[in-house]
Design a protein around this ligand. Structure first.
Ligand code: ADP
Ligand code: MG
Length: 308
């Protein structure tokens, strides 16, 4: 199978039409953006054995490569529309490619995203780079930099599941719900768009709540106080790890791809079935202070220690 057969066989599902004037097959793609909307571009590269274990199912790898980008779109309040794929692989294995493409298109179809081009190369290690393009109504974009003192800090979903799921995947244990939270991140694309123009600041949680909230606070020039007992933890995580470890993972474990945002309470759009939890307050005083049952705790990489 040469490069052209590979592209034709696995990455040519989306035909030109609608907003895609020219898709896969020419030197470049040609798109027709909706009048008056602003374009948003994100890209994320996943390197095998650095960002995910190479032994994962190709299907999950494909899904995840798209989902992590959709999560960035969600954090911008944008509507994802098109994507490109740069794929570097040690070999072209038909079974692997079939699974990878199936997972990739599953995530894309879930959110109406079209694959419009890419690049395919051979190289020593598997590297997947997905770029997603989307759009947003002018002046409704969600940035990290808009948090104001007095805002409530919210997170979507539950936290810590993916970090526990990755540990479980790397061991021999089985806990399918936690594993799937790592393998199939649920990018909060719809709620992100509902927050556009309403929330003051947003970020998606990829490195862990503590690290990512600090980025948002720094960008906004503010600080915050959060209540660790308020962090949303799933029953599956609490059962698998116990309450204390579950809370530590919820604070510092990565790969959740939930949204963390700040807003005034009255402006919160209806999240429907999606859990949205208030976890703290933005303060004028800088720094991120964590309280556990009203007592300050210090947070280090991988967890926190009670303040001494
Ligand atoms: P060029 O030599 O002009 O870079 P390529 O041979 O790399 O063209 O690609 C041919 C066409 O296939 C282009 O439209 C490109 O966008 C598309 N393409 C290449 N690799 C992929 C891929 N992995 N997924 C989707 N489209 C791809
Ligand atoms: Mg090329």
């Amino acid at each position: 199978m040469d490069e052209f057969e590979l592209i034709a066989n696995y990455f040519s599902r989306d035909r030109a039409g609608g907003s895609v004037i020219v898709g896969v097959g020419d030197d470049g793609a040609v798109l027709e953006p909706d009048q008056g909307r602003q374009l948003v571009a994100v890209v994320d590269t996943l390197v095998a054995d650095a960002h995910f274990p190479a032994f994962l199912d190709a299907n999950d790898i494909g899904y995840r490569a798209v989902a992590v980008n959709l999560s960035d779109m969600a954090a911008m309040g944008a509507r994802p529309r098109w994507m490109t794929l740069a794929l570097t692989m040690p070999e072209a294995d038909a079974t692997w490619l079939e699974g990878f493409a199936a997972g990739l298109y599953t995530a894309a179809v879930e959110h109406g995203v079209k694959l419009i081009g890419g690049d395919t190369t051979s190289g020593e290690c598997l590297v997947i780079s997905v770029q997603v393009l989307g759009d947003v109504e002018p002046d409704r974009i969600l940035l990290r930099s808009g948090a104001c003192p007095g805002d409530t800090i919210f997170v979507t979903g539950t936290l810590g599941d993916a970090a526990a799921g990755l540990k479980i995947l790397e061991s021999d244990a089985m806990e399918s719900r936690l594993e799937s939270r790592f393998l199939r991140p649920t990018a909060r694309v719809d709620y992100g768009q509902a927050l556009a123009g309403r929330a003051h600041a947003a970020i998606d949680i990829s490195d862990g709540l503590f690290a990512d909230l600090k980025k948002l606070l720094t960008a906004s020039g503010v600080g915050a106080e959060i209540r660790l007992e308020a962090l949303p933890v799933s029953a599956a995580l609490e059962t698998a790890m116990g309450g204390d470890t579950a809370r530590q993972l919820a604070l510092t474990g990565g790969d959740d791809y939930e949204l963390c945002f700040t807003a005034s309470l009255e402006c919160l759009p209806d999240p429907g079935a999606l859990p949205v939890t208030a976890i703290g307050t933005v303060t004028a005083e800088k720094g991120l202070r964590c309280l556990l049952n009203s007592k300050p705790v210090t947070v280090r990489e991988g967890g926190y220690a009670h303040f001494r």
